[in-house]
Design a protein around this ligand. Structure first.
Ligand SMILES: NC(=O)c1ccc[n+]([C@@H]2O[C@H](COP(=O)([O-])OP(=O)(O)OC[C@H]3O[C@@H](n4cnc5c(N)ncnc54)[C@H](OP(=O)(O)O)[C@@H]3O)[C@@H](O)[C@H]2O)c1
Length: 324
C-alpha cells in the first residue's frame, strides 16, 4: 500500500539510456523511488542497479513481479515486448508505466486497460509530451489562433544507429520484429500531439521512405479534419531544421520542438509577436512521473489519457494501412 510517507517502489525493466534518464528523473521526484532493476543479464542488472540507485537487481522477471517490495514497474523494453510484460505486471498486481508506443495495436491496449481496471492498478503510457509543461503552454495559447486551418508537426532526427542499419547490422529500433521504425519511435509524438490538440480526425494518407531493415525510416502523414489539414513528418534517417507550426485565422503559433516545446512564438494577424518560454529546465520525463505518482497516490482517473493512447495507436495502424 502506498501513501504520502511511503514512496512508490518501482522496478525498472530495461537497462538502456532511457531507463537511466528515467532513474535520473525519479531521483528528483517525490513520492517514488527505484527499488529494483530487471535485465535479461544478471551482471547488466547489477550494474544498472548501482547506476540507477536501486537496492537490488534480478535477471528473473518473475522474481521482480512476485516481490512484495515492488509497487510498480517502468517498462522500457523494445515495443513488441511491452504487451506481454504489461500483462504480466498487471497480473502480479503492479501499477505500470510503459514507454511509448505503449503496445502495437489499439485493441491490445484496450484489453490491457480493461485488465488493469479489473486488477485495480494504474496503467499509463509514458508519453512524455502529454505531461510536458510546453504542451500545456501550447494548449493555453490555442484559443488565440481563432479557427484552426493548417498545421505542420514534425520530429525528424537522424539516428546514429542508422549507420549500423546501412552496414547490414540488426538494430532494435529499426527491427520490424521488435515493433521498430520511425513512425513508432518519433512519428508517435506528432500523432499523439495532434490528437491531443485537435481530437480524432476524419481521413489520413501516408507516404514513407523505407530502409533496408524493412521499416519506414521517414514518412509523412496528411490528416484531414473539417476545415483543418495537418501534415506530419517524422524521420530517423534525416534531421529537420524547421519548427512545428499551427496556423489559425487570427494568429500563427511556431513551436520549437513538438515533443517538448520550450520556446513558442505567437504571431498575430497585425504582425505583433509574443514569445513564450517554458521556465527553468524541466526534465523531459518529470511530468509523466509526477502524473503516475498522482494517479496511484491520489487515486485519480487515467481514462482520458488511456483513450488518447488508444487513439494514437489506432492512427499508427491506419497510417500503416494507407501507406503508399
Ligand atoms: N521517452 C523517450 O524519450 C524515449 C526515448 C528512447 C526510447 N524510448 C522507448 O523506450 C523503449 C526502449 O527503447 P530503446 O531504444 O532503449 O530500446 P533497446 O535499447 O532496444 O532496449 C531497451 C532494453 O530492453 C531490453 N531488451 C533489448 N532487446 C530485448 C528483447 N529482444 N527482448 C526483451 N528485452 C530486450 C534491454 O535490456 P536488457 O538487455 O538489460 O534486458 C535493453 O536495455 C521503447 O519503447 C522506446 O520507444 C522512449
Amino acid at each position: 500500500m502506498t501513501n504520502a510517507n511511503t514512496p512508490i517502489r518501482v522496478a525498472v525493466i530495461g537497462t538502456s539510456v532511457i531507463s537511466a534518464s528515467f532513474a535520473e528523473a525519479v531521483a528528483a521526484a517525490t513520492g517514488i523511488r527505484i527499488e529494483a532493476v530487471y535485465s535479461r543479464d544478471a551482471d547488466r542488472a547489477a550494474e544498472a542497479a548501482t547506476e540507477f540507485g536501486a537496492d537490488w537487481s534480478s535477471d528473473s522477471l518473475d522474481e521482480v513481479l512476485g516481490s512484495p517490495l515492488i509497487d510498480a514497474v517502468y517498462i522500457a523494453s523494445p515495443n513488441s515486448v511491452h504487451a506481454e510484460q504489461v500483462a504480466a505486471a498487471i497480473t502480479a498486481g503492479k501499477h505500470v508505466l510503459v514507454e511509448k508506443p505503449a503496445v502495437l495495436t489499439a485493441q491490445e491496449w484496450r484489453d490491457l486497460v480493461a485488465q488493469a481496471q479489473d486488477a485495480g492498478v494504474v496503467l499509463l503510457e509514458a508519453m512524455r509530451t502529454e505531461y510536458d509543461p510546453g504542451t500545456a503552454l501550447v494548449r493555453s495559447l490555442l484559443p488565440q489562433l481563432g479557427t484552426l486551418r493548417l498545421a505542420s508537426l514534425r520530429y525528424a532526427k537522424r539516428s546514429s544507429r542508422y549507420d549500423l542499419v546501412l552496414a547490414g547490422e540488426r538494430v532494435n529500433m529499426f527491427d520490424p520484429a521488435l515493433g521498430g521504425g520511425a513512425l513508432a519511435d518519433l512519428g508517435v509524438y506528432c500523432l499523439h500531439a495532434m490528437v491531443g490538440y485537435f481530437g480524432m480526425l476524419d481521413r489520413l494518407s501516408t507516404a514513407v521512405v523505407p530502409v533496408p531493415s524493412g521499416v519506414e525510416g521517414a514518412g509523412t502523414i496528411t490528416a484531414s479534419y473539417p476545415g483543418l489539414i495537418v501534415d506530419l513528418s517524422y524521420s530517423k534517417i534525416s534531421t529537420t531544421q524547421l519548427a512545428s507550426e499551427i496556423q489559425g485565422e487570427d494568429a500563427t503559433l511556431v513551436i520549437d520542438e513538438i515533443a517538448a516545446p520550450r520556446v513558442v512564438e505567437l504571431t498575430h494577424r497585425d504582425g505583433t509577436v509574443t514569445r513564450h518560454e517554458v521556465p527553468g529546465d524541466p526534465h523531459p520525463l518529470a511530468g509523466e512521473i509526477d502524473r503516475f505518482v498522482a494517479l496511484i497516490a491520489a487515486g485519480e482517473d487515467p481514462s482520458a489519457e488511456q483513450l488518447l493512447t488508444a487513439q494514437t495507436l489506432e492512427l499508427i495502424e491506419r497510417a500503416r494501412a494507407t501507406t503508399t
